[in-house]
Design a protein around this ligand. Sequence first.
Ligand code: ZN
Length: 327
Amino acid sequence: MENIYGNRQLLDTLAAMASSGRTAHSVMICGDRGTGRKLMARYYTQALMCEQPHNGVPCGVCHACTNVEKGIHPDVIFPEKTGKLGNYSVATAREVIADAYVKPNNSSGCKVYIFADCHNVDTRTQNTLLKLIEEPPEYAYFIFTCGSKSEFLPTIISRCVCFTASPCTEEEARAALADKGYSADDIDRAVDCFHGNIGMCESYIGDEALRKRVDLTKAIADSIIGKDEYALSVGLFSAGRERNDVREVLSMLDKLFRDAAVLSKDSGAGTIGCSRRAAQILSSRLTAGQSARLHERIEKAWRAVESNVSIPLALTALGAEIMDIVG
Ligand SMILES: [Zn+2]
């Protein structure tokens, strides 16, 4: 089994549940992308299915553990996203319900459904699943991973035991990336941008498109520092028209303003954004109040993008509002 870094408390809680036999049938694991949500889901699945667990900790080497790790265990099901927005559809929920009443065929006697990266889950899909989650067959388990609980209806949340996956320390991220065989240079650059978020560090090393979005975020920050309205609108429009890409750039930009606000109070504070340098300059140019207002505006643009407002329209409004605040 690969070494797992960080989220120690969460892992211990999951193992304790498995060893006490009081296992939660529905578990929700929230957290930013890259913080190990799916890894935690897999760990809980292994804890449920392991043939020789030690105090609830999966052994990592038995038949069940290896098959779960490889993603080929026949009783670990990853429902498909067949909805229009690339989300889980009602049809998928119905298939899961039908399948959940077929007993598992393995020594652990468990069957686990992992709904990974839940986002924009249709209310009807949730309502369809609700009955199953309220009264699951004794062998069935459901794990949802998502950015935030708010993706779900209160009725679903109330049936789940909810956990939050957190980023590791930078040292842990460095060790994890070294385990995976990345070069020291790559690790330095990635940890500089994404700190203890191992998943995002890995994406940064392997995904040129993400590196470009990071550079773009830095360029947007520079245009704000220089109060250059033209460069700002070029930057914002370069984020593209893909909802997810725009969301990512806005999120990285937001973290820079958060860092700027923190650094203006304590210049030695830790940062979470993709450029400490940009945050330092922003902190010397903006008051904490300005940073807070910029954060609000970015959240507003983000919500607009989420709610199907035209992306160029939302970004144009954001550019004007940023200039208003910093101008
Ligand atoms: Zn095992």
